[in-house]
Design a protein around this ligand. Structure first.
Ligand code: MN
Length: 161
């Protein structure tokens, strides 16, 4: 089949638009069907970039464990922090990072479970190009999260080992 050259530009533009659209869908959690709602934008200063929280289980007088679904847009992350009772992270979607103080940054993908020991400084968040969704299960029986300093761009962008 011989293609008439006058169709080449429209076909090229259509393909380009399709690629851009796909990139948008992969990078952002907007319009994506996920297990839990995206929740509300986090407005405190314990995060860098845009992150969202949907609290799933609140603490009560019997069980102090909290469960929250956190969505990080590309580049967003927590500050360094620690949990007196430790924390479990379950990766629901996307590609993100987890790093404990003094350890290499780890790449996290959908389905990865992380057990963060009590009182260990760490941070978690999205990779630069892809959003990241985690369910955080936090034991608050020994106290709630202790927030520390911001994760600098140098640390965030450090090479993975
Ligand atoms: Mn944490």
């Amino acid at each position: 089949m011989k293609l008439n050259p006058k169709y080449l530009l429209p076909i090229f533009l259509f393909a380009l638009a399709a690629c851009n659209n796909k990139k948008e869908m992969n990078n952002s959690t907007n319009n994506k069907e996920l297990i839990f709602p995206k929740g509300e934008k986090i407005t405190n200063n314990n995060f860098t970039g845009d992150a969202y929280l949907q609290m799933l289980i609140a603490a009560d007088s019997i069980n102090l464990t909290t469960v929250g679904n956190v969505t990080f847009e590309p580049g967003a992350r927590t500050k360094w922090h620690s949990h007196p009772g430790g924390q479990i992270l379950l990766v629901i979607d996307g590609v993100g990072y987890y790093q404990e103080q003094g350890q290499p940054k780890r790449i996290l993908r959908k389905g990865d479970p992380i057990k963060c020991p009590p009182n260990v400084s760490h941070w978690h968040g999205a990779s630069p190009d892809t959003a990241f969704v985690q369910v955080a299960v936090t034991n608050n029986e020994k106290g709630t999260v202790i927030w520390l300093e911001e994760v600098t761009d140098a640390v965030y962008n450090s090479l993975n080992q």
